[in-house]
Design a protein around this ligand. Structure first.
Ligand code: SF4
Ligand code: SF4
Length: 392
């Protein structure tokens, strides 16, 4: 199958394939070269004879941020030694370890960009061989490149490089800096903009192809052994309401409007990215990981649809995506093949031209099932056959 697919690629597509691999390798090497040496900051360099004011800047958090991590009120005196505030050395070590685990690896930004670029070129340039016609559509968009990317993302951007940065954290940190938990809001905002841009360049490509926990759920859902199992397609109105409702509740608690404890972050207890550091500092985190992955065998990306704040942000962003799967309504006969192949309600939304379709993760499942060849992945600015017809 892989050989036949490669043989059907035109010379131009083979060139694109080589370009994409070279680009991924070059961007990754550039990321490695640009990665600054980290100062060796063992957590035990901090002692409880020190104050919050002395420790916080060295951890790149504000005094409020460190106080929150130590489960102290945000207005705790910052100049007093921690021993006088009732903090033990063990509590301090735990807090500093946790804060340090959130430090971003610059290399991961390069890898995210490289994988999104590869996904984009696969979907728009060489996934569909020029020399395989509609009768050979099963050869289009073979899953091997996608599965290879997902495995690499889980292993390298997940377990090897740790949980930070990731799109979920990128979203939450912006709001945390609004309540003064981080010294600079600009750097957090730039990180979020980076992820949003990757979601716009290709429809939610950062989630579909490059997010480590998204990739784990995708792999669970794609297990060949479960191919014949009937899966549950969760109604989008329901999942999006839960996801949006949770986001509002999180903000109410974070800003202290509810609960009276400003800086309280509910997402902290639901953060499955901790898996990649094997850091389950609250039992709810482990429950989130286990339940999300268990459900992912039977329904598509449950964590993304129900909990992840970036899932919500990128769903909004994808409404303005520059490339996506597009349905040519002149050719479409409403046979429902793509709707059946799609693990979400996205294809249904595209076929019915719905203004706000459900999340599409650019997984390509719908791109090789249409008997009318009415679905393409491409620029939103390119013309459909209907528009071309009017021009003639
Ligand atoms: S929505 Fe899913 S894939 Fe996207 S950032 Fe969240 S966990 Fe990752
Ligand atoms: S199958 Fe659904 S989620 Fe996947 S690319 Fe098609 S519309 Fe998007």
């Amino acid at each position: 199958m892989a050989y036949t697919y490669l043989a059907k690629l035109s010379p131009r597509q083979k060139m694109w394939f080589i370009v994409s691999v070279v680009a991924v390798l070059s961007i990754s090497v550039l990321g490695i070269l640009c990665e600054p040496d980290r100062p060796n900051q063992a957590e035990n360099q901090f002692t409880i004879s020190m104050s919050i004011k002395e420790i916080a800047p060295k951890l790149d958090v504000t005094g409020k941020g460190l106080a929150r991590e130590l489960a102290l009120p945000l207005d705790t005196p910052k100049k007093k030694p921690l021993s006088e505030l009732g903090i033990s050395q063990e509590q301090l070590d735990h807090a500093t370890t946790h804060i340090l685990s959130h430090r971003s690896t610059g290399l991961k930004y390069y890898l995210f960009a490289a994988i999104v670029l590869f996904g984009l070129l696969y979907l728009t340039r060489f996934g569909r061989p020029d020399n395989a016609d509609i009768s050979e559509r099963k050869l289009w968009y073979p899953p091997i490149p996608y599965i290879t990317c997902l495995l690499a993302v889980v292993l390298v951007c997940g377990f090897l490089l740790g949980k930070s940065p990731n799109p979920m954290e990128g979203t939450v940190k912006v709001f945390k800096s609004m309540v003064g938990l981080y010294p600079s809001m600009l750097s957090k905002l730039l990180a979020l903009i980076f992820f949003v841009v990757l979601a716009i360049i290709g429809n939610k490509l950062i989630c579909g192809w490059a997010c480590p926990f998204g990739a784990l759920q995708e792999l669970a859902y794609s297990l060949p052994i479960l191919r014949k199992t009937k899966r549950w397609k969760a109604p989008f109105w329901l999942t999006n309401t839960i996801r949006g409702g949770l986001f509002c509740v999180v903000l109410l608690f974070l800003f202290g409007i509810v609960g009276g404890r400003k800086g309280f972050v509910i997402y902290h207890y639901l953060n499955p990215f901790n898996l990649f550091n094997l850091d389950f500092d609250h039992w709810l985190i482990l429950v989130t990981v286990v339940v999300s992955l268990a459900l992912a065998f039977f329904t598509y990306r449950p964590f993304c649809h129900l909990i992840c704040p970036f899932g919500l942000v990128s769903w909004i962003a994808e409404q303005g995506s520059l490339t996506r799967e597009k349905v040519d309504h002149e050719k479409c006969t409403d046979c429902g093949a793509c709707i059946q192949a799609c693990p979400t309600e996205a294809a249904k939304g595209r076929v019915s031209d719905k203004l706000f379709a459900a999340d599409c993760f650019s997984c390509a499942r719908c791109l090789n099932v249409c008997p009318q060849d009415a679905i393409r992945y491409g620029s939103v600015f390119s013309k459909s056959s209907r528009e071309k017809l009017y021009e003639m």
